[in-house]
Design a binder for this molecule. Structure first.
Ligand SMILES: Cc1cc2nc3c(=O)[nH]c(=O)nc-3n(C[C@H](O)[C@H](O)[C@H](O)COP(=O)(O)O)c2cc1C
Length: 364
């Protein structure tokens, strides 16, 4: 209510990126104030519900809905986001070196389509800044995934070095890593998803993580985040390569470059489209991955989740966890309580006593 009636009308009058900085700044400050995080938790938090808690990748996720990458690119508001009902969050995409990203404006709302178009281009403060911020956290109530990418100036042949550098700089601070090769806003990045480039990159990434895992006696997971704009053949190949690489899971999906069925004039802007137009396509990709891997490779579902039915559809298609970004902008932090209450009802309706029983249920 608070967001819909007061926050959103103000934020939506501002330029989209300015509103974004206000939210991050506000959550950063509130999270740091004594009593700030407990206050946010009281207003928007979600109590752990045993039926919805997930144990995966050697981690405990108190709730199954996470914050997708790109909102807290620099890990500036982790305490705040951790308090508003998310079961995990991704920070980043972070690159080895700080970079400014693309020219402004680069973030656009499409309200009638419940969508956003962004061409941010991995604007971020760099891996060492992020490591210091995460190190300074006084508490970590939810798992934190570090989403990693390559600097714009790094050619694809050298991309693996950038991913290795990010893992080395952030290994102790990340609970798990997400290899982002699916942003449409870094030239040629998505080529890393195809052909021999994918196997080469993932082999380098796995070698790097295994060195750190062995040294620290841990088993930190690496996931790969993929794009929705792939043919069936490309997807089959990608999933096969990802599975063979020893990676722990897939995030499906990132934003799309498709512009089908949009009404708002901002549809003409270049960049990745997120939100409602992505709902069905990302669920379809999740279903295909689950089917191909026979449920052996955990999937985090991302793309156009606005209500509990959207989240549940992705879980039944094969997602073990889900995450949101655009719906948080349109519906505010109230959405987390709605999603969890609705998910619990849907599980009960279908006779499941735990969320894990619903994962991939559409295939049985
Ligand atoms: C403004 C914006 C910035 C984003 N930045 C990143 C990013 O840096 N890395 C990434 O992996 N995904 C990024 N994403 C994609 C989201 O993490 C998410 O996968 C996508 O938006 C689909 O989910 P949604 O429909 O709930 O927003 C970004 C999305 C938006 C809207």
């Amino acid at each position: 209510m608070l967001y819909r009636n007061f926050g959103k009308p103000i934020f939506f009058k501002l330029d989209a990126e300015k509103a974004h900085h206000l939210v991050i700044g506000g959550l950063h400050t509130t999270g740091k104030l004594p009593g700030g995080a407990p206050l946010l938790h009281m207003m928007y938090g979600v109590k752990e519900i045993p039926e919805l808690a997930v144990d995966l990748f050697g981690l405990h996720f108190p709730t199954p809905v996470g914050l997708a990458a790109g909102l807290d690119k620099n890990a500036e508001a982790v305490a705040g986001f951790s308090a508003v009902g998310f079961g995990f969050m991704e920070v980043g995409t972070v690159t080895p070196l700080a970079q400014p990203g693309n020219e402004l404006p680069r973030l656009f709302r499409l309200p009638p389509d419940e969508a956003l178009v962004n061409r941010m281009g991995f604007n971020n403060h760099g891996a060492s800044q992020m490591a210091s911020r995460l190190e300074a956290l006084s508490a970590r109530p939810i798992p934190i995934a570090v989403n990693i990418g390559k600097n714009k100036a790094t050619p694809n042949e050298e991309a693996h070095v950038d991913y290795e550098k990010c893992i080395a700089a952030l290994y102790t601070q990340a609970d798990f890593f997400v290899v982002n090769i699916s942003s449409p806003n870094t030239p040629d990045l998505r080529n890393l998803q195809h052909g021999s480039e994918l196997a080469t990159l993932l082999s380098a990434v796995m070698q790097e993580i295994e060195v750190h895992n062995a040294r620290m006696g841990k088993k930190k997971a690496v996931l790969v985040k993929i794009a929705p704009d792939v043919s069936d053949e490309e997807l089959t190949f990608m999933v096969d390569t990802i599975q063979k690489s020893g990676v722990s899971g897939i995030i499906a999906t990132n934003t799309t470059i498709s512009r089908e069925g949009l009404t708002h004039e901002n549809a003409k802007e270049t960049g990745g489209l997120s939100g409602r137009p992505l709902t069905e396509r990302s669920t379809e990709i999740i279903a295909r991955i689950y089917k191909q891997t026979e449920g052996t490779l955990p999937i985090i579902g991302s793309g156009g989740i606005f209500d509990s039915q959207d989240a549940y559809d992705k879980i039944r298609a094969g997602a073990s966890l889900v995450e949101i970004y655009t719906a948080l902008i349109y519906k505010g932090p109230e959405i987390n309580r709605q999603l969890h209450a609705g998910l619990l009802e849907l599980l009960k309706r279908d006779g499941f006593s735990h969320i894990s029983e619903a994962v991939g249920a559409d295939h049985r």
